[in-house]
Design a protein around this ligand. Structure first.
Ligand SMILES: Cc1cc2nc3c(=O)[nH]c(=O)nc-3n(C[C@H](O)[C@H](O)[C@H](O)COP(=O)(O)OP(=O)(O)OC[C@H]3O[C@@H](n4cnc5c(N)ncnc54)[C@H](O)[C@@H]3O)c2cc1C
Length: 500
């Protein structure tokens, strides 16, 4: 069993007090673990430090915190039993999906009592697909890719798509309101869900698994649990919205002369292609270089390395030839207007996959190459070029010439603007934490000046907590606290997350 300690003070009185609390905590945790084992079976309750390791460290390996145990329930009533037990023993609960959070949202912090991590991996059943209704009911631990594939087998599309789709789970997507590369056309996760099943802080199961497009019967309660990062309840199942499956695609990779040109071309595509435009993703030169250097099999699709690169996709249920022609025409117009240096169209599925793989490899490349201080800003789409210009100036005012990676879901106004250090440069910094904070703050300040947000899709987790305190008004935080107090009065779920 993992032994955990609270902070021990130099004051002798407090040392005694801390020791007493520690003993009490240990007794409590030992009894809780025995009760959890009785409820779930011993194989679903992990306590050995080596077993806990994959669940207590974040995807980038930067954050690690202690846990009392990891439990892996197999169904909703087991989740409910776990919550009741943790509430009774006063031990906090941290829901966890695929642990792919990019803001350390799914691992324990080093403050307060170590939580019981409720990992949903075993709850991965697809309960039902209703193709005619365009809906599917799934358990929270279903991996996103499994859901996409199951929908596709019924000629339907579950539209949310992101680089972590092979390991992130739908419960995590819902709790972070994940975005990804198809928001431009289909919206984020919030827009692709019809109903939820949630275990509340007293163990009650709320069954809101409706498969309706219309339901005006008071508060739409599911939205309380979407994007609130497991602070109000544990999502155990969801009814997802499905779309007709696009089977015809046109995909191109082009080099706009600058971000302002890319924005202009986005407008041209929107005018020419309407809702067939499904992705418009931009990365900068340094980011493409890192992908090519770090990830085997990736290469620059163009003959030269340009400053800016865009991946644009059209998709529809019919009209393959017509779409390829539309893509070509629009890019030709852009070239004639002097907005692009070069472009290439994918002519088959292998080429399409290769272009998407470049885009989906950015996080892996950056993790291997050094320390990227990822930000997740959104500004009005029209302000993205100005955001990039001003944020670059702000970062270079702190470290002149520092590498910057830009990965933008341009069509959504969402730019991951990433001041980037090599491992060596990072190690040499005297105060790394101060540097990380200064970099994030100066970029987020630019977004704020442009009426944007510091977290467009990743959530708040641990890394965004100081930003919540800094940018959110007292009125907004007050409202959020009122909701938290109403739904989770004893602060059982994810204490110290989301709300500073
Ligand atoms: C390579 C890579 C690419 C990525 N690309 C994108 C991207 O394009 N867009 C994007 O939005 N994100 C992206 N992410 C971030 C991440 O994948 C998403 O935030 C994802 O939605 C997290 O899902 P998860 O199952 O891993 O959740 P976790 O990381 O396990 O948890 C995330 C948060 O949700 C809570 N939670 C998890 N499951 C539940 C549940 N069942 N009930 C209640 N709360 C729960 C956790 O407590 C935590 O606060 C990327 C990550 C990686 C590693």
């Amino acid at each position: 069993m993992l032994f955990f300690r609270r902070g021990v003070s130099a004051d002798p009185l407090l040392v005694r007090e801390a020791a007493t609390i520690e003993e009490l905590d240990m007794k409590n945790v030992t009894a809780l673990i025995a009760a959890l084992e009785a409820e779930l079976g011993a194989d679903a309750v992990l306590t050995a430090e080596s077993d806990l390791a994959p669940f207590t460290e974040d995807w980038r390996g930067r954050y690690k915190g202690p846990a009392a145990a990891v439990v892996q329930p197999s169904n909703t009533s087991q989740v409910s039993a776990v919550v009741r037990l943790c509430a009774a023993y006063g031990v906090p609960v941290l829901p966890q999906g695929g642990n792919t959070s990019l803001c350390a949202g799914a691992v324990p912090a080093n403050v307060g009592l170590p939580p019981v991590i409720v990992n949903l991996t075993r709850m991965r059943r697809i309960r039902h697909i209703d193709a005619a209704n365009g809906s599917m009911e799934v358990e929270a631990g279903c991996v996103l890719k499994t859901i996409q594939d199951a929908a596709a087998a019924e000629q339907r599309l579950y539209a949310v798509s992101l680089g972590a789709e092979g390991s992130c789970q739908i419960g995590g997507n819902l709790s972070t309101n994940a975005g990804g590369t198809a928001v431009l056309r289909y919206g984020n996760t919030r827009d692709n869900v019809l109903g939820l099943e949630v275990v509340l802080a007293d163990g009650t199961v709320w069954n809101g698994l409706r498969a309706l497009r219309k339901d005006n019967t008071g508060l739409d309660l599911k939205h309380l649990f979407i994007g609130t990062e497991g602070t109000l309840g544990i999502i155990t199942a969801a009814t997802l919205k499905l779309h007709p499956l696009p089977v015809q695609h046109a995909l191109a990779w082009f080099a706009p002369v600058d971000p302002a040109a890319a924005l202009h071309i986005l407008g041209m595509f929107q005018a020419a292609c309407g809702s067939r435009l499904s992705a418009f993703e931009m990365i900068n030169r340094r980011q493409l270089e890192l992908v090519v250097e770090q990830v085997p099999g990736r290469r620059n699709p163009l003959s030269e390395l340009h400053e800016w690169h865009v991946l644009v996709e059209l998709g529809d249920t019919h009209g393959g030839e017509e779409m390829a022609a539309l893509m070509q025409q629009t890019l030709e117009h852009a070239a004639v207007a002097g907005l692009i240096h070069d472009a290439v169209l994918a002519s088959n599925q292998t080429q399409r996959a290769a272009l998407w793989e470049i885009r989906h490899s950015v996080s892996e490349a950056n993790k291997k190459a050094g320390v990227g201080l990822t930000t997740d800003c959104a500004v009005p789409v029209s302000a993205v070029p100005l955001f990039i210009e001003r944020a670059t100036q702000a970062v270079h005012a702190i470290v002149p010439g520092l590498d910057i990676l830009v990965v933008a879901h341009l069509g959504d106004g969402n730019a991951h603007f990433i001041p980037f250090f090599t491992f060596d440069a990072w190690r040499q910094l005297a105060d790394r934490s101060a540097m990380a904070n200064a970099m994030r703050r100066c970029v987020n300040d630019v977004a704020h000046e442009l009426r944007g947000t510091f977290s467009a899709e990743h959530g708040v987790g641990q890394t965004g907590l100081p930003e919540m305190a800094h940018y959110k008004s007292a009125a907004e935080l007050g409202l959020m606290r009122a909701v938290k107090n109403a739904l989770d009065p004893h602060n059982l779920f994810n204490p110290g997350r989301l709300l500073p």
